[in-house]
Design a protein. Structure first.
Length: 87
């Protein structure tokens, strides 16, 4: 199972706007992706509420995992961008 560690670039973390962007991208992907803190069970990246319950702040490290490397990379690349700046 591919896993990629990424630092959250959005200064405010995964609040509603960035979490929604990530959830939409994950939901439209070809396979499920999970996001979680290292050593903890991940949550479904396609679930806005699940992402927000992680309490991830800017600068925190998370692990992105899934069955397909392409899907993992797509979500990890989103998290590595300041999604608040894209508004």
């Amino acid at each position: 199972m591919p896993v990629r560690t990424v630092v959250i670039a959005s200064p405010q973390g995964l609040h509603a706007r960035p979490a929604q962007i990530v959830a939409r991208a994950a939901a439209s992907g070809s396979s499920p992706v999970q996001i979680g803190r290292a050593g903890e069970e991940g949550v479904n990246a396609a679930s806005l509420l699940s992402l927000m319950t992680l309490g991830v702040k800017g600068g925190d490290e998370v692990e992105v995992s899934g069955q397909e490397q392409v899907a993992v990379d797509a979500i990890a690349d989103l998290l590595a961008r300041d999604l608040d700046a894209d508004v």
